[in-house]
Design a protein around this ligand. Structure first.
Ligand SMILES: Nc1ncnc2c1ncn2[C@@H]1O[C@H](COP(=O)(O)OP(=O)(O)OP(=O)(O)O)[C@@H](O)[C@H]1O
Ligand SMILES: NC(=O)c1ccc[n+]([C@@H]2O[C@H](CO)[C@@H](O)[C@H]2O)c1
Length: 202
């Protein structure tokens, strides 16, 4: 059986923190990080506002991301092996004869704003935090290309608001998580919710 979990959320909401804990706890669990599909800086369009437009879907090679997920769907055991993920004995067999449970976590800030991905998820989560907290956490981070002054208010936040509205119209099966709760609380909530879904699907 195969199961795909979307861990979506705004920048600095805590997606990576949550994902890293889930990977350790869930069996045969692989991960795809959307940030790995950012195009090179010189391919990122500069907007009328003067900022490189990082926080839009065209900043990412979404075709490559979809193909990576397809690769997992076609042969999760092979995908796991090539990504150094340990498998339980029942999940070792490749192809339809495999009896084990394979899990894929897809983690990123624009998971529910790209039509070809919407049907891929078996379960969807979205973590958000208030503006001040988001701005504060972001100010402590350095990305491969550091944020120029004014990027947060001029680009990151307005794009978040736009995408959030779009996403709420696209999907009605997202479980919203309060990123202001403690890391433990968020993890326990999601772990329990995944366990319940997996048990109900058996
Ligand atoms: N529940 C939490 N409470 C307080 N701080 C948190 C919580 N979860 C994560 N953080 C902190 O917030 C920062 C961002 O966390 P993380 O890298 O997990 O976010 P992210 O959503 O993956 O961000 P991005 O997509 O921008 O890389 C880190 O410094 C992390 O330690
Ligand atoms: N990972 C990168 O290459 C990169 C470069 C510049 C900006 N970002 C930011 O990452 C966030 C998503 O995780 C977005 O808010 C981007 O601004 C990422």
């Amino acid at each position: 059986m195969k199961f795909i979990i979307g861990i979506g959320g705004m920048t600095n909401g805590g997606k990576t923190t949550l994902t890293n804990r889930l990977i350790k706890a869930l069996p045969n669990c692989c991960v795809v990080h959307q940030d790995d599909f950012f195009k090179k800086p010189d391919q990122i369009e500069v907007g009328e506002d003067g900022f490189r437009q990082w926080d839009v879907i065209t900043a990412l090679d979404m075709e490559a991301m979809v193909n990576t997920i397809k690769g997992w769907q076609e042969n999760p055991a092979k995908f796991a092996r090539s990504h150094g993920v340990n498998l339980t004995v029942d999940a070792e067999a490749s192809g339809p004869e495999s009896t084990g449970m394979h899990i894929l976590i897809v983690e990123g800030f624009l998971l529910y704003n790209y039509q070809p991905l919407l049907d891929v998820y078996d379960q969807c989560y979205y973590i958000s935090i208030p503006y001040q907290e988001c701005k504060q956490r972001r100010s402590t981070r350095t990305y491969t290309v550091p944020d120029p002054p004014g990027l947060f208010d001029g680009h990151v936040w307005p794009m978040y608001l736009k995408h959030r509205k779009e996403m709420e119209n696209n999907c009605n099966s997202i479980e919203y998580l309060d990123g202001m709760k403690s890391k433990d609380e968020i993890y326990n909530q999601v772990y329990q919710s995944i366990q319940n879904t997996l048990l109900n699907s058996l």
